[in-house]
Ligand binder design. Structure first.
Ligand SMILES: [Zn+2]
Length: 98
């Protein structure tokens, strides 16, 4: 039995958007944390066919935006790719808020 599910190229920005993946930016300071990147903005800046596997262009363009970080305002970082089932920390509200 074969599956006729449409496939997307998960190595490109357009493929990640089509499959509702997300990209998070990580500062080079391991204690800084991460932030969700705007996939549409990345597509505008780098193009829909930009390959994110072993990416250097997005990573080198990242700027730390955490004012508490010693690397604040400095360029460079890493990115991670997350499936659409992943929920950013803090996004889930408690069922019974205080
Ligand atoms: Zn930082």
């Amino acid at each position: 039995m074969t599956r006729n599910r449409p496939t997307a190229d998960l190595s490109t920005l357009a493929g990640l958007k089509a499959t509702r993946h997300s990209i998070r930016a990580h500062c080079l300071n391991p204690h800084c944390g991460s932030r969700l990147l705007d996939l549409d903005a990345l597509i505008c800046q780098f193009g829909p066919d930009h390959v994110v596997i072993n990416d250097k262009r997005i990573s080198s363009a990242l700027v730390c935006q955490n004012a508490r970080c010693p690397r604040y305002g400095k360029r460079g970082g890493t990115i991670t790719i997350h499936p659409h089932t992943w929920t950013p920390p803090g996004a889930v509200k408690p069922l019974n808020p205080p």
